[in-house]
Design a protein around this ligand. Structure first.
Ligand SMILES: [Fe+2]
Length: 239
């Protein structure tokens, strides 16, 4: 069962869906593409949008009801894309709704686009001490990490996990992101591939193309692990 752990489908909370209608269309497209569960992960603490870990339970409930009415079988659970800051361990302890499906363990960790924060290793250490598992999102699109994949590998060795964007694998985020994502795949450093969908057209919730490409490159078993098994463990909070 394909699970998409990273999406911006809740309208008017960040730079994702602009209306409930667009949100429903995105969910319909994800469902038709083969996705069975999607995690709504609005940006949190990134300094641009107002979302500072606000409760989205009501929106998720509303959305699941609307999907049922429209006979769209997709199920939606809550999460967040947490921008890196030194006090993340304390923030997560205070508010587990920042973790995927409020499971208290896995969460999406976002770095800036061109750099990495200072003391990443210390942050990962502090997080894992408290049994939080940072899933570093789209390292292949970070212009610093694109040229420092060995450094990224050391974060994974320390206990961080890695989520690559589907459109990077298929080349739609440019050559650099594609090359970095394929190198990560080759080094067996990718744990998740997600859509990071923001809209119905420019960044749609489509995983099937990337699933196909990953299958052709590293085989069916690995692809299943990346698109199905690992996401299932992450939303269930299984360590
Ligand atoms: Fe995102």
């Amino acid at each position: 069962m394909v699970i998409d752990i990273h999406s911006h489908i809740i309208p008017e909370i960040d730079d994702g869906a602009t209306s409930w209608e667009e949100c429903f269309e995105m969910c319909d497209l994800a469902w038709k593409d083969g996705v069975r569960t999607i995690v709504a992960t609005p940006h949190a603490f990134n300094g641009v949008y107002g979302h500072e870990g606000q409760d989205i339970t009501a929106e998720i409930k509303f959305l699941n009801e609307k999907l049922k009415e429209r006979a769209i079988g997709l199920s939606v659970v809550a999460g967040a894309e947490v921008h890196s800051r030194p006090d993340i361990p304390e923030l997560l302890e205070k508010d587990i709704s920042l973790t995927l499906n409020s499971n208290g363990h896995y969460f999406l960790l976002e770095f800036p686009h061109t750099t990495i924060p200072p003391n990443v290793k210390n942050l990962i250490f502090q997080l894992t001490l408290k049994r939080f598992i940072p899933i570093i999102v789209h390292p292949e699109r970070n212009t610093y990490l694109q040229n420092h994949l060995d450094e990224f590998e050391s974060f994974v060795d320390q206990g961080a996990m890695c989520q690559v964007t589907a459109m990077s694998i298929t080349g739609r985020f440019g050559k650099k992101a594609e090359e970095a994502s394929l190198e990560l795949l080759d080094r067996d450093l990718i744990h998740f591939i997600a859509s990071d969908t923001h809209s119905i057209k420019a960044r749609p919730p489509v995983l099937s193309e990337a699933y196909k490409k990953v299958t052709s490159l590293v085989g069916e078993e690995k692809a299943k692990e990346i698109f199905e098994t690992n996401p299932d463990r992450a939303i269930k909070g299984l360590l």
